[in-house]
Design a protein. Sequence first.
Length: 556
Amino acid sequence: MKNSEPFVLKVVDKCVKPFLSKDLNYGQIREMLRLKLIMDSRRVSPALQNNGKKIGKEPKRSMILTCLVYMGLGIFIASMQVMPNMFGANTISFAMLIFMLFSVYISEYSAVLLDTTEKSFYGALPIGKNEISTAKNIHIAYYIGTIAAAMMLPSIVVGFISKGILYGFAFTLVSIVIVVVCLHLAGVIYYLLLKVFSGEKLKDILSGFQIFMTIAIILSYQIVPRVVSIAGFSKGELTFSPFYFFLPSAWFSAILESLFGAGGAWYIYVLAGITVPAVILLEVIYRKKAMPEFEGELDKLTETAKENKTLSAFSNLMCKLLSKDEQENAFMKLVLIQVSRNRDMKLKLYPQLANVFVLPIIMVLPQITGEKGLTGFIENLREGRWGLALLYFTGLTSAAIYGIITQTENKESIMFYQILPIENLSKCIRAGVKVVLFRYLTPIFVALSALLFAVYGIAILPDIVIAYLSFIFVTSLMIRVGTWELPFSSEFNPANVGRGLLLLFMSLFILALFGWTHIFWLKTLELQLIGIVVMILANLVLWKFFMNKKYIIARG
Protein backbone atom coordinates (compact mmCIF):
# COMPACT_ATOMS: atom_id res chain seq x y z
CA MET A 1 0.00 0.00 0.00
CA LYS A 2 1.31 3.42 -0.92
CA ASN A 3 2.12 5.45 2.20
CA SER A 4 1.09 9.05 1.60
CA GLU A 5 1.82 11.62 4.28
CA PRO A 6 -0.49 14.51 5.16
CA PHE A 7 -0.18 17.53 2.89
CA VAL A 8 0.19 19.84 5.88
CA LEU A 9 3.67 18.41 6.50
CA LYS A 10 4.83 19.79 3.16
CA VAL A 11 3.47 23.20 4.16
CA VAL A 12 5.31 22.97 7.48
CA ASP A 13 8.54 22.09 5.64
CA LYS A 14 8.29 25.22 3.52
CA CYS A 15 6.68 27.77 5.85
CA VAL A 16 7.47 26.76 9.44
CA LYS A 17 10.84 25.02 9.37
CA PRO A 18 12.82 28.18 8.37
CA PHE A 19 11.49 30.02 11.45
CA LEU A 20 12.34 27.30 13.99
CA SER A 21 15.43 27.47 16.17
CA LYS A 22 18.50 25.65 14.87
CA ASP A 23 18.82 23.93 18.25
CA LEU A 24 15.62 21.97 17.62
CA ASN A 25 15.67 18.56 15.98
CA TYR A 26 13.26 19.18 13.13
CA GLY A 27 13.24 15.50 12.09
CA GLN A 28 11.80 14.50 15.46
CA ILE A 29 9.26 17.35 15.39
CA ARG A 30 8.12 16.36 11.92
CA GLU A 31 7.72 12.71 12.84
CA MET A 32 5.71 13.52 15.99
CA LEU A 33 3.49 15.85 13.98
CA ARG A 34 2.96 13.14 11.36
CA LEU A 35 1.88 10.67 14.04
CA LYS A 36 -0.51 13.20 15.58
CA LEU A 37 -2.16 13.87 12.22
CA ILE A 38 -2.46 10.16 11.47
CA MET A 39 -4.09 9.56 14.86
CA ASP A 40 -6.51 12.44 14.22
CA SER A 41 -7.56 10.83 10.95
CA ARG A 42 -8.32 7.53 12.71
CA ARG A 43 -10.46 8.92 15.53
CA VAL A 44 -14.05 8.11 14.75
CA SER A 45 -17.29 7.83 16.64
CA PRO A 46 -18.23 4.37 17.92
CA ALA A 47 -21.44 4.79 15.93
CA LEU A 48 -19.34 4.49 12.76
CA GLN A 49 -17.22 1.55 13.85
CA ASN A 50 -19.58 -0.94 12.25
CA ASN A 51 -19.31 0.76 8.84
CA GLY A 52 -15.81 0.35 7.50
CA LYS A 53 -16.47 2.33 4.34
CA LYS A 54 -17.28 5.52 6.25
CA ILE A 55 -14.40 5.43 8.71
CA GLY A 56 -11.73 6.64 6.30
CA LYS A 57 -13.84 9.49 4.95
CA GLU A 58 -15.43 10.76 8.16
CA PRO A 59 -12.47 12.88 9.45
CA LYS A 60 -12.04 14.55 6.05
CA ARG A 61 -15.75 15.31 5.84
CA SER A 62 -15.69 16.72 9.37
CA MET A 63 -12.80 19.03 8.50
CA ILE A 64 -14.54 20.19 5.33
CA LEU A 65 -17.73 20.80 7.31
CA THR A 66 -15.77 22.82 9.86
CA CYS A 67 -14.27 25.00 7.12
CA LEU A 68 -17.65 25.56 5.47
CA VAL A 69 -19.29 26.59 8.74
CA TYR A 70 -16.58 29.11 9.58
CA MET A 71 -16.47 30.33 5.99
CA GLY A 72 -20.18 31.10 6.31
CA LEU A 73 -19.34 33.29 9.28
CA GLY A 74 -16.49 34.77 7.26
CA ILE A 75 -18.90 35.90 4.54
CA PHE A 76 -20.63 38.08 7.11
CA ILE A 77 -17.26 39.50 8.19
CA ALA A 78 -16.32 40.13 4.54
CA SER A 79 -19.33 42.39 4.05
CA MET A 80 -17.59 44.99 6.22
CA GLN A 81 -14.74 45.35 3.76
CA VAL A 82 -16.94 47.41 1.45
CA MET A 83 -17.59 49.97 4.20
CA PRO A 84 -15.97 53.37 3.61
CA ASN A 85 -14.49 53.50 7.12
CA MET A 86 -11.52 51.13 6.88
CA PHE A 87 -10.44 51.50 10.50
CA GLY A 88 -13.88 50.77 11.99
CA ALA A 89 -14.56 47.87 9.62
CA ASN A 90 -11.25 46.17 10.32
CA THR A 91 -11.53 46.78 14.07
CA ILE A 92 -14.76 44.79 14.14
CA SER A 93 -13.49 42.17 11.66
CA PHE A 94 -10.30 41.51 13.63
CA ALA A 95 -12.25 41.54 16.91
CA MET A 96 -14.49 38.75 15.59
CA LEU A 97 -11.42 36.81 14.46
CA ILE A 98 -9.70 37.16 17.85
CA PHE A 99 -12.92 36.28 19.66
CA MET A 100 -13.48 33.10 17.67
CA LEU A 101 -9.84 31.99 17.90
CA PHE A 102 -9.65 32.38 21.66
CA SER A 103 -13.07 30.78 22.13
CA VAL A 104 -12.12 27.73 20.08
CA TYR A 105 -8.67 27.53 21.66
CA ILE A 106 -9.94 27.65 25.23
CA SER A 107 -12.96 25.38 24.76
CA GLU A 108 -11.37 22.77 22.47
CA TYR A 109 -7.58 22.93 22.30
CA SER A 110 -6.42 23.94 25.78
CA ALA A 111 -6.86 20.29 26.78
CA VAL A 112 -4.54 19.34 23.90
CA LEU A 113 -1.96 21.90 25.03
CA LEU A 114 -2.11 20.69 28.64
CA ASP A 115 -2.17 17.00 27.73
CA THR A 116 0.36 14.91 29.67
CA THR A 117 -0.53 11.45 28.35
CA GLU A 118 2.13 11.63 25.62
CA LYS A 119 4.92 11.88 28.17
CA SER A 120 4.73 8.20 29.04
CA PHE A 121 5.52 7.38 25.39
CA TYR A 122 7.90 10.14 24.32
CA GLY A 123 9.65 10.11 27.72
CA ALA A 124 11.12 6.70 26.90
CA LEU A 125 12.64 8.02 23.69
CA PRO A 126 15.62 10.37 23.19
CA ILE A 127 13.32 13.33 22.42
CA GLY A 128 13.80 16.71 24.07
CA LYS A 129 11.00 18.61 25.81
CA ASN A 130 11.40 21.52 23.37
CA GLU A 131 10.73 19.21 20.44
CA ILE A 132 7.62 17.78 22.15
CA SER A 133 6.31 21.28 22.92
CA THR A 134 7.00 22.52 19.38
CA ALA A 135 5.24 19.56 17.74
CA LYS A 136 2.24 20.05 20.04
CA ASN A 137 1.99 23.76 19.23
CA ILE A 138 2.32 23.20 15.47
CA HIS A 139 -0.41 20.56 15.73
CA ILE A 140 -2.76 23.03 17.44
CA ALA A 141 -1.72 25.84 15.06
CA TYR A 142 -2.71 23.68 12.09
CA TYR A 143 -6.33 23.41 13.22
CA ILE A 144 -6.60 26.94 14.56
CA GLY A 145 -4.98 28.26 11.38
CA THR A 146 -7.40 26.28 9.23
CA ILE A 147 -10.35 27.80 11.08
CA ALA A 148 -8.84 31.30 10.75
CA ALA A 149 -8.18 30.80 7.03
CA ALA A 150 -11.77 29.69 6.43
CA MET A 151 -13.07 32.72 8.34
CA MET A 152 -10.86 35.34 6.72
CA LEU A 153 -10.72 34.01 3.15
CA PRO A 154 -13.91 35.85 2.06
CA SER A 155 -12.58 39.11 3.57
CA ILE A 156 -9.24 38.63 1.81
CA VAL A 157 -10.97 38.09 -1.55
CA VAL A 158 -13.20 41.14 -1.07
CA GLY A 159 -10.19 43.17 0.06
CA PHE A 160 -8.24 42.30 -3.09
CA ILE A 161 -11.20 43.19 -5.29
CA SER A 162 -12.41 46.34 -3.56
CA LYS A 163 -9.16 47.93 -2.34
CA GLY A 164 -6.41 46.58 -4.55
CA ILE A 165 -3.61 44.03 -4.55
CA LEU A 166 -1.35 45.80 -2.05
CA TYR A 167 -4.14 46.13 0.49
CA GLY A 168 -5.12 42.48 -0.04
CA PHE A 169 -1.59 41.30 0.70
CA ALA A 170 -1.30 43.59 3.73
CA PHE A 171 -4.67 42.42 5.09
CA THR A 172 -3.59 38.79 4.66
CA LEU A 173 -0.29 39.42 6.44
CA VAL A 174 -1.97 41.20 9.36
CA SER A 175 -4.50 38.36 9.69
CA ILE A 176 -1.66 35.82 9.87
CA VAL A 177 0.11 37.89 12.52
CA ILE A 178 -3.12 38.02 14.57
CA VAL A 179 -3.43 34.22 14.46
CA VAL A 180 0.18 33.79 15.60
CA VAL A 181 -0.27 36.38 18.37
CA CYS A 182 -3.42 34.64 19.65
CA LEU A 183 -1.67 31.26 19.75
CA HIS A 184 1.45 32.58 21.46
CA LEU A 185 -0.48 34.76 23.90
CA ALA A 186 -2.56 31.77 25.00
CA GLY A 187 0.66 29.77 25.44
CA VAL A 188 2.25 32.50 27.55
CA ILE A 189 -0.83 32.82 29.77
CA TYR A 190 -0.92 29.08 30.44
CA TYR A 191 2.84 29.09 31.05
CA LEU A 192 2.49 31.82 33.69
CA LEU A 193 -0.25 29.85 35.43
CA LEU A 194 1.92 26.74 35.42
CA LYS A 195 4.86 28.77 36.70
CA VAL A 196 3.04 30.40 39.61
CA PHE A 197 0.88 27.53 40.86
CA SER A 198 1.54 23.85 41.44
CA GLY A 199 -0.14 20.59 42.39
CA GLU A 200 -3.84 20.37 43.05
CA LYS A 201 -4.10 24.13 43.44
CA LEU A 202 -2.84 24.51 39.87
CA LYS A 203 -5.56 22.19 38.55
CA ASP A 204 -8.25 24.14 40.40
CA ILE A 205 -6.80 27.45 39.17
CA LEU A 206 -6.83 26.20 35.56
CA SER A 207 -10.51 25.25 35.87
CA GLY A 208 -11.35 28.70 37.22
CA PHE A 209 -9.20 30.36 34.59
CA GLN A 210 -11.11 28.67 31.78
CA ILE A 211 -14.39 30.04 33.10
CA PHE A 212 -12.94 33.50 33.72
CA MET A 213 -11.39 33.73 30.25
CA THR A 214 -14.60 32.61 28.56
CA ILE A 215 -16.63 35.27 30.35
CA ALA A 216 -13.94 37.91 29.82
CA ILE A 217 -13.68 37.20 26.08
CA ILE A 218 -17.45 37.34 25.61
CA LEU A 219 -17.79 40.56 27.61
CA SER A 220 -14.83 42.22 25.88
CA TYR A 221 -16.29 41.25 22.52
CA GLN A 222 -19.41 43.21 23.44
CA ILE A 223 -17.31 46.35 23.94
CA VAL A 224 -16.35 46.61 20.27
CA PRO A 225 -19.77 47.47 18.72
CA ARG A 226 -20.26 50.03 21.50
CA VAL A 227 -16.85 51.67 20.96
CA VAL A 228 -17.12 51.61 17.15
CA SER A 229 -20.42 53.12 16.05
CA ILE A 230 -21.93 50.90 13.35
CA ALA A 231 -24.03 53.77 12.04
CA GLY A 232 -21.01 56.08 12.06
CA PHE A 233 -18.46 54.00 10.21
CA SER A 234 -21.01 52.84 7.63
CA LYS A 235 -21.12 56.53 6.58
CA GLY A 236 -17.34 56.91 6.61
CA GLU A 237 -17.31 58.89 9.86
CA LEU A 238 -14.52 58.30 12.37
CA THR A 239 -14.60 59.45 15.97
CA PHE A 240 -11.98 58.93 18.68
CA SER A 241 -12.59 56.78 21.73
CA PRO A 242 -10.05 56.05 24.49
CA PHE A 243 -11.25 52.43 24.45
CA TYR A 244 -9.32 51.97 21.19
CA PHE A 245 -6.15 51.65 23.26
CA PHE A 246 -7.61 48.61 25.06
CA LEU A 247 -8.70 46.80 21.87
CA PRO A 248 -5.97 44.71 20.20
CA SER A 249 -8.15 44.58 17.09
CA ALA A 250 -7.91 48.38 16.89
CA TRP A 251 -4.11 48.19 17.10
CA PHE A 252 -3.90 45.94 14.04
CA SER A 253 -6.54 47.80 12.07
CA ALA A 254 -4.62 51.04 12.73
CA ILE A 255 -1.70 49.63 10.73
CA LEU A 256 -3.88 49.17 7.66
CA GLU A 257 -5.53 52.56 8.21
CA SER A 258 -2.15 54.33 8.42
CA LEU A 259 -0.99 52.68 5.17
CA PHE A 260 -4.13 52.65 3.03
CA GLY A 261 -6.77 54.76 4.78
CA ALA A 262 -7.47 58.45 4.98
CA GLY A 263 -5.07 58.78 7.93
CA GLY A 264 -4.52 62.13 9.58
CA ALA A 265 -5.78 61.21 13.06
CA TRP A 266 -3.00 61.19 15.67
CA TYR A 267 -4.33 58.17 17.54
CA ILE A 268 -4.13 56.00 14.41
CA TYR A 269 -0.35 56.33 14.36
CA VAL A 270 -0.12 55.86 18.14
CA LEU A 271 -2.16 52.64 17.93
CA ALA A 272 -0.03 51.40 15.03
CA GLY A 273 3.08 52.25 17.04
CA ILE A 274 1.83 50.23 20.01
CA THR A 275 1.34 47.11 17.91
CA VAL A 276 4.93 46.53 16.80
CA PRO A 277 6.68 46.58 20.22
CA ALA A 278 3.78 44.65 21.80
CA VAL A 279 4.13 41.83 19.25
CA ILE A 280 7.92 41.79 19.56
CA LEU A 281 7.74 41.63 23.38
CA LEU A 282 5.24 38.76 23.22
CA GLU A 283 7.46 36.81 20.81
CA VAL A 284 10.56 37.30 22.99
CA ILE A 285 8.71 36.03 26.09
CA TYR A 286 7.22 33.11 24.17
CA ARG A 287 10.46 31.98 22.51
CA LYS A 288 12.87 32.63 25.39
CA LYS A 289 10.77 31.53 28.37
CA ALA A 290 7.35 30.02 27.68
CA MET A 291 8.19 27.58 24.91
CA PRO A 292 11.50 26.15 26.31
CA GLU A 293 10.11 25.70 29.84
CA PHE A 294 6.49 24.78 29.12
CA GLU A 295 6.80 20.99 29.07
CA GLY A 296 8.85 21.03 32.25
CA GLU A 297 6.21 23.06 34.07
CA LEU A 298 3.53 20.76 32.66
CA ASP A 299 4.86 17.95 34.87
CA LYS A 300 3.01 19.60 37.75
CA LEU A 301 -0.27 18.38 36.25
CA THR A 302 0.76 14.73 36.64
CA GLU A 303 0.37 14.92 40.41
CA THR A 304 -2.58 12.83 41.48
CA ALA A 305 -5.34 13.77 43.86
CA LYS A 306 -7.74 11.93 46.13
CA GLU A 307 -10.63 10.93 43.92
CA ASN A 308 -14.11 12.12 44.76
CA LYS A 309 -16.33 9.05 44.80
CA THR A 310 -19.36 10.41 46.61
CA LEU A 311 -22.30 12.40 45.32
CA SER A 312 -24.07 15.24 47.02
CA ALA A 313 -27.53 14.75 48.52
CA PHE A 314 -28.99 16.89 45.72
CA SER A 315 -27.42 14.69 43.01
CA ASN A 316 -28.66 11.49 44.66
CA LEU A 317 -32.16 12.91 44.97
CA MET A 318 -32.13 14.05 41.35
CA CYS A 319 -31.16 10.56 40.15
CA LYS A 320 -34.01 8.98 42.14
CA LEU A 321 -36.61 11.42 40.84
CA LEU A 322 -35.59 11.31 37.19
CA SER A 323 -35.40 7.58 36.67
CA LYS A 324 -37.08 4.55 38.17
CA ASP A 325 -34.92 2.22 36.07
CA GLU A 326 -32.11 0.91 38.29
CA GLN A 327 -29.61 0.60 35.45
CA GLU A 328 -30.31 4.09 34.15
CA ASN A 329 -30.20 5.46 37.69
CA ALA A 330 -26.82 3.84 38.33
CA PHE A 331 -25.42 5.19 35.10
CA MET A 332 -26.55 8.73 35.93
CA LYS A 333 -24.55 8.48 39.15
CA LEU A 334 -21.57 7.14 37.21
CA VAL A 335 -21.67 10.09 34.82
CA LEU A 336 -21.84 12.58 37.70
CA ILE A 337 -18.90 10.94 39.49
CA GLN A 338 -16.76 10.78 36.35
CA VAL A 339 -17.37 14.44 35.54
CA SER A 340 -16.56 15.48 39.11
CA ARG A 341 -13.26 13.57 38.94
CA ASN A 342 -12.15 14.50 35.44
CA ARG A 343 -10.56 17.95 35.43
CA ASP A 344 -9.93 17.92 31.68
CA MET A 345 -13.63 17.42 31.12
CA LYS A 346 -14.47 20.21 33.57
CA LEU A 347 -12.03 22.49 31.72
CA LYS A 348 -14.28 22.08 28.68
CA LEU A 349 -17.64 21.85 30.44
CA TYR A 350 -17.61 24.85 32.77
CA PRO A 351 -16.77 27.48 30.13
CA GLN A 352 -19.72 26.22 28.09
CA LEU A 353 -21.98 26.52 31.14
CA ALA A 354 -20.67 30.05 31.67
CA ASN A 355 -21.69 30.82 28.08
CA VAL A 356 -25.21 29.57 28.78
CA PHE A 357 -25.61 32.02 31.65
CA VAL A 358 -23.63 35.01 30.31
CA LEU A 359 -24.95 35.17 26.74
CA PRO A 360 -28.61 35.85 27.68
CA ILE A 361 -27.49 38.53 30.16
CA ILE A 362 -25.41 40.22 27.47
CA MET A 363 -28.47 40.43 25.25
CA VAL A 364 -30.12 42.87 27.67
CA LEU A 365 -27.03 45.03 28.21
CA PRO A 366 -27.92 47.50 25.42
CA GLN A 367 -31.24 48.14 27.17
CA ILE A 368 -29.63 48.51 30.61
CA THR A 369 -27.07 50.98 29.28
CA GLY A 370 -29.70 53.10 27.53
CA GLU A 371 -30.60 56.67 28.38
CA LYS A 372 -32.94 55.72 31.25
CA GLY A 373 -30.57 53.14 32.71
CA LEU A 374 -31.80 50.21 34.77
CA THR A 375 -35.15 51.86 35.59
CA GLY A 376 -35.93 52.38 31.92
CA PHE A 377 -34.84 48.84 31.14
CA ILE A 378 -37.28 47.35 33.66
CA GLU A 379 -40.08 49.56 32.35
CA ASN A 380 -39.43 48.45 28.77
CA LEU A 381 -39.22 44.83 29.88
CA ARG A 382 -42.58 44.99 31.63
CA GLU A 383 -44.28 46.58 28.62
CA GLY A 384 -43.41 43.69 26.33
CA ARG A 385 -42.81 39.94 26.45
CA TRP A 386 -39.42 39.82 24.74
CA GLY A 387 -37.73 39.09 28.10
CA LEU A 388 -38.95 35.51 27.67
CA ALA A 389 -36.40 35.14 24.86
CA LEU A 390 -33.68 34.99 27.51
CA LEU A 391 -35.00 31.63 28.71
CA TYR A 392 -34.83 30.07 25.27
CA PHE A 393 -31.13 30.83 24.93
CA THR A 394 -30.43 28.38 27.75
CA GLY A 395 -30.57 25.54 25.25
CA LEU A 396 -28.21 27.03 22.66
CA THR A 397 -25.10 25.05 23.59
CA SER A 398 -26.77 22.00 25.13
CA ALA A 399 -25.73 19.69 22.28
CA ALA A 400 -22.14 20.89 22.58
CA ILE A 401 -22.23 20.32 26.34
CA TYR A 402 -23.44 16.76 25.90
CA GLY A 403 -20.76 16.32 23.24
CA ILE A 404 -18.18 17.05 25.94
CA ILE A 405 -19.68 14.30 28.12
CA THR A 406 -19.18 11.79 25.30
CA GLN A 407 -15.43 12.42 25.10
CA THR A 408 -12.75 10.36 26.78
CA GLU A 409 -8.97 10.12 26.94
CA ASN A 410 -9.07 6.34 27.28
CA LYS A 411 -9.24 4.59 23.92
CA GLU A 412 -10.33 1.34 25.57
CA SER A 413 -13.35 2.89 27.30
CA ILE A 414 -15.66 1.46 24.65
CA MET A 415 -14.80 -1.98 26.06
CA PHE A 416 -16.74 -1.04 29.20
CA TYR A 417 -19.95 -0.96 27.17
CA GLN A 418 -19.07 -4.15 25.30
CA ILE A 419 -19.06 -6.18 28.52
CA LEU A 420 -22.18 -4.60 30.02
CA PRO A 421 -25.10 -7.05 30.24
CA ILE A 422 -27.36 -4.50 28.57
CA GLU A 423 -28.46 -5.09 24.99
CA ASN A 424 -30.02 -1.68 24.38
CA LEU A 425 -27.48 0.94 25.44
CA SER A 426 -29.81 3.85 24.71
CA LYS A 427 -30.61 4.00 28.45
CA CYS A 428 -26.93 4.84 29.03
CA ILE A 429 -27.22 7.74 26.60
CA ARG A 430 -30.50 8.88 28.16
CA ALA A 431 -28.80 8.90 31.55
CA GLY A 432 -26.10 11.23 30.23
CA VAL A 433 -28.68 13.48 28.58
CA LYS A 434 -30.65 13.75 31.83
CA VAL A 435 -27.49 14.72 33.70
CA VAL A 436 -26.81 17.51 31.22
CA LEU A 437 -30.40 18.74 31.20
CA PHE A 438 -31.27 18.61 34.87
CA ARG A 439 -27.96 18.77 36.76
CA TYR A 440 -26.13 21.41 34.72
CA LEU A 441 -28.60 23.38 32.58
CA THR A 442 -31.76 23.48 34.70
CA PRO A 443 -30.11 25.45 37.57
CA ILE A 444 -29.09 28.11 35.03
CA PHE A 445 -32.65 28.19 33.65
CA VAL A 446 -33.97 28.62 37.21
CA ALA A 447 -31.56 31.50 37.87
CA LEU A 448 -32.67 33.33 34.71
CA SER A 449 -36.32 32.62 35.56
CA ALA A 450 -35.80 34.23 38.95
CA LEU A 451 -34.73 37.43 37.19
CA LEU A 452 -37.98 37.44 35.21
CA PHE A 453 -40.01 36.70 38.35
CA ALA A 454 -38.51 39.81 39.92
CA VAL A 455 -39.68 41.90 36.96
CA TYR A 456 -43.07 40.37 36.00
CA GLY A 457 -44.26 38.72 39.19
CA ILE A 458 -46.32 35.53 39.49
CA ALA A 459 -48.12 36.22 36.18
CA ILE A 460 -45.03 35.05 34.31
CA LEU A 461 -45.24 31.49 35.76
CA PRO A 462 -47.19 29.88 32.85
CA ASP A 463 -44.76 31.41 30.38
CA ILE A 464 -41.79 30.03 32.30
CA VAL A 465 -43.36 26.57 32.30
CA ILE A 466 -43.86 26.71 28.51
CA ALA A 467 -40.31 27.97 27.98
CA TYR A 468 -38.89 25.19 30.17
CA LEU A 469 -40.85 22.46 28.39
CA SER A 470 -39.73 23.91 25.04
CA PHE A 471 -36.13 24.02 26.28
CA ILE A 472 -36.30 20.33 27.28
CA PHE A 473 -37.82 19.38 23.92
CA VAL A 474 -35.41 21.31 21.69
CA THR A 475 -32.35 20.34 23.74
CA SER A 476 -33.28 16.65 23.69
CA LEU A 477 -34.01 16.82 19.96
CA MET A 478 -30.66 18.47 19.13
CA ILE A 479 -28.74 15.93 21.19
CA ARG A 480 -30.66 13.10 19.52
CA VAL A 481 -29.90 14.49 16.06
CA GLY A 482 -26.37 15.76 16.55
CA THR A 483 -24.53 13.99 19.39
CA TRP A 484 -26.29 10.68 19.99
CA GLU A 485 -23.27 8.84 21.42
CA LEU A 486 -22.47 6.99 24.61
CA PRO A 487 -20.92 9.03 27.44
CA PHE A 488 -17.12 8.69 27.68
CA SER A 489 -16.94 6.65 24.49
CA SER A 490 -15.23 8.77 21.81
CA GLU A 491 -11.86 10.47 21.54
CA PHE A 492 -11.66 14.18 20.87
CA ASN A 493 -11.11 14.83 17.18
CA PRO A 494 -9.96 18.38 16.29
CA ALA A 495 -11.55 18.01 12.86
CA ASN A 496 -15.03 17.92 14.45
CA VAL A 497 -14.96 21.46 15.87
CA GLY A 498 -17.23 22.80 13.12
CA ARG A 499 -19.97 20.34 14.01
CA GLY A 500 -20.52 22.12 17.30
CA LEU A 501 -20.92 25.46 15.54
CA LEU A 502 -23.35 23.94 13.03
CA LEU A 503 -25.43 22.48 15.87
CA LEU A 504 -25.37 25.91 17.51
CA PHE A 505 -26.87 27.51 14.39
CA MET A 506 -29.49 24.77 14.13
CA SER A 507 -30.41 25.19 17.80
CA LEU A 508 -30.60 28.95 17.36
CA PHE A 509 -33.04 28.59 14.47
CA ILE A 510 -35.32 26.09 16.24
CA LEU A 511 -35.26 27.94 19.56
CA ALA A 512 -35.99 31.22 17.77
CA LEU A 513 -38.99 29.59 16.07
CA PHE A 514 -40.34 28.28 19.39
CA GLY A 515 -39.63 31.58 21.14
CA TRP A 516 -41.32 33.64 18.41
CA THR A 517 -44.42 31.42 18.54
CA HIS A 518 -44.54 31.66 22.32
CA ILE A 519 -43.97 35.41 22.63
CA PHE A 520 -46.29 36.60 19.87
CA TRP A 521 -49.06 33.98 19.91
CA LEU A 522 -49.46 32.59 23.43
CA LYS A 523 -50.53 35.79 25.16
CA THR A 524 -53.66 34.67 27.01
CA LEU A 525 -53.86 32.20 29.88
CA GLU A 526 -56.05 29.85 27.86
CA LEU A 527 -53.54 29.69 25.01
CA GLN A 528 -50.70 29.26 27.50
CA LEU A 529 -52.42 26.27 29.10
CA ILE A 530 -52.92 24.75 25.65
CA GLY A 531 -49.24 25.37 24.94
CA ILE A 532 -48.25 23.60 28.16
CA VAL A 533 -50.35 20.55 27.26
CA VAL A 534 -48.93 20.44 23.71
CA MET A 535 -45.32 20.64 24.93
CA ILE A 536 -45.89 17.95 27.57
CA LEU A 537 -47.25 15.62 24.87
CA ALA A 538 -44.39 16.52 22.53
CA ASN A 539 -41.81 15.67 25.20
CA LEU A 540 -43.55 12.41 26.04
CA VAL A 541 -43.54 11.35 22.38
CA LEU A 542 -39.91 12.37 21.92
CA TRP A 543 -38.65 10.52 24.99
CA LYS A 544 -40.91 7.49 24.52
CA PHE A 545 -40.10 6.75 20.87
CA PHE A 546 -37.07 8.70 19.62
CA MET A 547 -34.94 8.89 22.78
CA ASN A 548 -35.59 5.19 23.40
CA LYS A 549 -34.44 3.99 20.00
CA LYS A 550 -32.28 0.89 20.17
CA TYR A 551 -28.53 1.59 20.36
CA ILE A 552 -26.28 -1.45 19.91
CA ILE A 553 -22.50 -1.64 19.51
CA ALA A 554 -20.27 -4.42 18.25
CA ARG A 555 -19.23 -6.85 21.00
CA GLY A 556 -16.47 -9.35 21.29
